[in-house]
Design a binder for this molecule. Structure first.
Ligand code: FRU
Length: 480
């Protein structure tokens, strides 16, 4: 049998779905077997959103990188996931790495990095286009950049296409020979795709590698999203091994400069990396990878044969130099209307409520006398705690009360004048939290040891003036 046998792999997906294990999520994209990572090739094409993502169908390690593919019109009903592209020639024999999608002459085209290593481990990265075929596979076509540019190492990957004033470009994540991370831009010309250079920025030395850049437009502003590796943790940020964040401001492709504000993270949770954004009908929709490289011990599903998820789609907006994220409005269709429970109460310091297998919670708290509020997701004797401290204007997510999977805390600044809003999606193991109407978000996994429905407990150190909220059961995504 061939190493990547699409028919056999697709048949196995159909056999193993819907998911059986209680750690599998209901409204997060994942695979019944293998390892998934970065979302790739996000495109709206002929009435459907196409979502590709990195997938190793042969094991739960970072190897054999293929692209998986699903389609959806509404982010709720999906086509059955399938194998779409796999290592098949000397250029991409060591992986079909990340890339993007676009619509060109009525076809969905992708642009990705072919990864090839020689016997000494030296990489030759090539950037290549391909076209989606009716059978769900990507036909591999022209290689437009055959190797890293002079002055850069073999870490030269993850093309993201964009256009400005009628010209097409892509931005790549790269490592200079002096081992500094950066983003480089190529421009499409009549002579082919040509290196334009680096986008000059004011970040100074900022890690040893940048992965998965996205250059986005928000009205008159732009934002460069990227994933720097090699930054030190600080008291209120950069607490994961690698970051996913952005700088926002003005980019000039003539001057090749980026005038920008400070680097900010897109998500404050433990398990968020390599997001991709695409624009459709005025929306900037983002999907992230729920996972983290080089933290393999944090994910106990690996023993069950699969690992990682993608986030729900989020809608991004830029206001005063900051990116706000909200769950895409399509997620509202998952609400089971009859399940709605309201959590309203005045002057209280405690509230307890049973959650569903998959839940959405909207909470608005008026702190009143309270200085500290904690919100606990309780699974029998285990819990994960999100706590807010008014005095410090900070929020902490604490997984030390869980037995399995990653532990530790994540702390970040969160501003409040006494009102606190939280929008929480609690899937079986994937949790996504949106704070202060999308000012901050946090994505993280919790792997309850026992098969127990979670309970939500809210406590404060003094009476909260008021608390109003709503809880819904959410239906799962469906696949056919
Ligand atoms: C980010 C990343 C990308 C690369 C891909 C390989 O998670 O390392 O830079 O293209 O994953 O799977």
């Amino acid at each position: 049998m061939e190493k990547f046998d699409k028919a056999a792999i697709d048949a196995r997906i159909r056999e193993e779905m819907p998911f059986k294990h209680r750690w599998h999520n209901r409204f997060h994209l994942e695979m019944p077997f293998g390892l998934i990572n970065d979302p790739n090739g996000l495109t709206f094409f002929k009435g459907e959103y196409h979502i590709f993502y990195q997938w190793n169908p042969l094991g739960v390690v970072h190897k054999n990188k293929c692209w998986a593919h699903v389609k959806t019109r509404d982010f709720v009903n999906y086509s059955m996931p399938e194998l779409s592209m796999w290592p098949s020639d000397e250029h991409d024999k060591d992986g079909c790495y990340s890339g993007c999608g676009t619509v060109e002459n009525g076809q969905l085209r992708v642009c990705y990095t072919c990864n090839a290593k020689d016997e000494n481990g030296k990489r030759t990265p090539a950037q290549r286009f391909g076209t989606l075929q009716a059978d769900g596979t990507v036909k591999k076509e022209e290689i437009v950049v055959s190797d890293a540019a002079p002055g850069y190492t073999g870490h030269f990957r993850d093309p993201y296409l964009f256009s400005r004033r009628g010209k097409r470009y892509f931005v790549l994540g790269a490592q200079r020979e002096d081992e500094k991370g950066t983003a480089v831009i190529y421009e499409e010309t009549e002579q082919g795709w040509q290196l334009k250079g680096e986008l000059a920025h004011r970040l100074g030395d900022f890690g040893y590698m940048w992965e998965c850049p996205n250059l986005l437009r928000f009205g008159d502003y732009e934002a460069l999203i990227f994933c720097p590796q090699g930054l030190e943790a600080r008291e209120y940020d950069r607490q994961n091994i690698y970051q996913a964040g952005y700088v926002a401001g003005h980019a000039s492709l003539d001057a090749m400069t980026l005038l920008h504000g400070k680097f900010q993270e897109l998500d404050r949770g433990f398990d968020f990396y390599a997001p991709q954004v695409f624009q459709h009908e005025g929306r900037n929709l983002m999907i992230g990878w729920m996972g983290m490289p080089d933290k393999d011990d944090d994910y106990p599903t690996a023993e069950k044969g699969w690992v990682y998820s993608l986030t729900m789609p989020r809608e991004l907006s830029l206001r005063q130099g900051h990116i706000y994220s909200r769950p895409a409005r399509e997620m509202e269709a998952l609400r089971v209307d009859t399940s709605a429970v309201s959590l309203d109460s005045d002057s209280t310091d405690e509230l307890i409520c049973n959650l569903y297998d998959a839940s959405e919670i909207i909470l608005d708290i008026n702190m009143g006398e309270a200085q500290k509020v904690s919100l606990e997701l309780v699974y029998g004797l285990e819990k994960t705690v999100i706590s807010y401290d008014m005095q410090e204007q900070s929020c902490v997510i604490d997984r030390n009360g869980m037995k399995l999977g990653g532990k530790g805390k994540r702390k970040f600044r969160l501003y409040s004048d006494g009102s606190l809003s939280l929008h929480l999606f609690v899937d079986r193991t994937a949790v996504e939290a949106f704070f202060q109407h999308g000012e901050e978000t946090a994505s993280f996994f919790v792997f309850p040891e026992k098969n127990i429905q979670p309970e939500l407990r809210i406590f404060s150190d003094a009476d909260m003036e008021s608390l109003s909220g709503r809880v819904w059961e959410l239906a799962g995504y469906s696949f056919r």
